[in-house]
Design a protein around this ligand. Sequence first.
Ligand code: 13P
Ligand code: SF4
Length: 387
Amino acid sequence: MSAAPGRPQASSHRSAEHEGTPVHAVIDVEYEQPACSTQRAWARVPAEPTPSERGALKDRIRRLLRERDAVMVSHFYVHPDLQDLAEETGGLVSDSLEMARFGRDHPARTLVVSGVRFMGETAKILSPAKHVLMPDLDATCSLDLGCPAAAFGAFCDAHADRTVVVYANTSAEVKARADWVVTSSCAVDVVRALKDQGRKILWAPDKHLGHYIQRETGADMLLWNGACIVHDEFKAFELQALKDQHAGAKVLVHPESPADVVALADAVGSTSGILKAARELDARTFIVATDTGLLHKLRLLNPGKTFIEAPTAGNSATCKSCAHCPWMAMNGLVDLARVLETGAHEVHVDPALVARARVPIDRMLAFTAAQRARQAAGALVPNIGAA
Ligand code: 13P
Ligand code: SF4
C-alpha cells in the first residue's frame, strides 16, 4: 500500500525507561492531523436516523447484501445497528481476530467491514480476490496513525536481532515488516511461545499492551511508544473510587489500558475475552474499561447484570474520546447502504504488500487454530482469549 493520505510522519526521536523496560519512544505521535483528526472524525459521525429511516435503511441493506453476494463483518465497537444487522443477515460481529478469520473463510464475493481501516486491510490481505468495502475509508486508529512505516522500518533495522511482533492495529506496510501479527486475544500466548524458543521481541505499537504482555510472559521486549486514545484515557484513581461505590462489582479491562487501570482488573482481555468474563464471573455488576460500543453486546448477552462505564476523566479533565472511538463511530447505515449500492469505498492494498503482510497474519491464524484444536482436545489453555 502506498502511504495513506493523512498518516503522520515521525516527528522526533528519543528514548525512555518505563517500568524497567527499555522503551524506544521513536516518535511523538501527533493525532490531530488535518486529514484524520479526532475532531474531524467526530464531525463526520452520522446523525441517528429516525425509526422509519432506520427501518427503510435496514431493509435496503438486507436486499443489497443478497443481490451483491455480500456479507457484513462488524466490530463490537461500532453502532448497535451495524452489529445487529451483521448477525441477523448471516454475517459476524466480533473481535478483530475473528473478523479476520470469518472474512477469510466466508464464501461471499464481497465483504462489508464495519470497523476501522486496518480491519478492512486485513480482510483484503486475507482475501485479495474479494471486494472489501467499508462505510468510511477514513475511519482510522490512533495506533495505526502513531506507527508510520518508514520510522518503524528504521526501528526494526536498528534491532535486527529481535523477532518483530506487531499488533493487528497497524497498516499493511507495518505488517509487511513483521514476523508475527497478533491481536489482543492471542498476543500473550504468541509472545510466551516465542519466549520459550529463546526469542527477544520487538513490539509495536501499543505500549500499554506491550507492558501487559511483558508482565504476563516475562519476555525480553523492546516497545514502540504508541497508545489507543480511547483506552489510554481510563483513570485508575477514579476507577478505584467507582469500585468503592459498588461493593461486589467486578472490573473488566482491555489490555490497551494503562498499567494502573489493569492492576485494578478482575479480568483482563480482548473484547471477546471481556464478554467471556462477564458471562463467567460470579457478580451482578461490572465496571467496564473498554470502548462503550461493547456494552451493547454485554447487555444483550447478560440480561439482569449491570454494566457501568469505567471513568475516562477526573472532575475537570476533558477527553478526546470519552470511552468511544471516534473512528469506529464514523460507521453508519447510510454509508453502508451507499457503498453496497455503488461499490464505492473499496479497500485496495498493493499486491506486493499483500504477499508480505499475509505471512505474519497467517502465522497468527495458524497458531490460534492449533491452540483451539488443543483446547477442543481437552488440554489446558491460558486464561485469556476468544470467547
Ligand atoms: P479487539 O481485538 O479486542 O477486538 O480490539 C480491537 C481494538 O481496536 C481495541 O481497541
Ligand atoms: Fe484504535 Fe483505540 Fe479505536 Fe481500537 S479503540 S480502533 S485501538 S483508536
